[in-house]
Design a protein. Structure first.
Length: 210
């Protein structure tokens, strides 16, 4: 068990708020978490050329595990809006730009509200999806996915979370993710669901590696 405790896992996200959620959801497991800010040289930009969240999570985990030399976990996530045919989907972080670079969360939300300006409340169904991949030496060894259904409201509400959280009300609730506490979001989020099934497998893997 002592060996397992010393095992380090690199959580390869350059999105600070996403990274914080991942670290909180992984807390308590018998390994040391290394964030993207803790490695040198810093993690270079990894091109997200996949057509699916699963493909992009794998691309990020593979490249970052080669860069870090550590067991590495990557998350690719985003919002699918039914009235927009599943957009912004894998382009969620880049929705409001046309140069393939990430836009600000505010610009992305503004573009989404504009795209849905003529869509009535019952037709504003959406879901967050999260794909997680764990890789070592450039090879993916564990994967997991999670989703949470909900609706896109017409005006932003709340200041917590990040990304599209002020616009997303999960099904069965009347508050947005941005109006919930960290622990409320962590009980039902797409990221929490993906990690719930991955975390025990990751712990088992680490115990066999150490
Ligand atoms: P890394 O690739 O470095 O992890 P990123 O922000 O570029 O950071 P993604 O490519 O996975 O990550 O894009 C995720 C985007 O989807 C994110 O920027 C948000 O706009 C949105 N998103 C994902 N999870 C979210 C959540 O829990 N709440 C709100 N928006 C979320």
């Amino acid at each position: 068990m002592d060996g397992a405790r010393r095992t380090r896992i690199f959580v390869a996200s350059t999105n600070h708020k996403k990274l914080r959620e991942l670290m909180e959801l992984l807390a308590g497991a018998p390994f040391e978490i290394v964030g993207a800010g803790d490695i040198s040289p810093p993690l270079p930009e990894i091109e997200e050329t996949g057509a699916t969240f699963d493909e992009n999570a794998a691309l990020k985990a593979q490249a970052a595990s080669l860069h870090s030399g550590m067991l590495t976990l990557a998350d690719d996530s985003g919002l699918e809006v039914d009235a927009l045919g599943g957009s912004p989907g894998v382009l969620s972080a880049r929705y409001a730009t046309d140069n393939n670079k990430n836009a600000s969360d505010g610009a992305n939300r503004k573009k989404l509200l504009f795209a849905l300006r003529d869509v009535s409340a019952p037709a504003r169904s959406a879901r967050f999806r999260c794909a997680i991949a764990v890789a070592r030496g450039g090879k993916v060894i564990l994967t997991s996915t999670g989703a949470v259904e909900g609706n896109i409201i017409e005006t932003e509400r709340g200041t917590g979370g990040f990304g599209y959280d002020p616009l997303f009300v999960p099904s069965g609730f009347d508050r947005t993710f941005a109006e919930m506490s960290t622990s409320e979001k962590a009980a039902i989020s797409h990221r929490a669901r993906a990690l719930a099934s991955l975390k025990p497998r990751l712990v088992e893997l680490i115990l066999t590696l150490s």
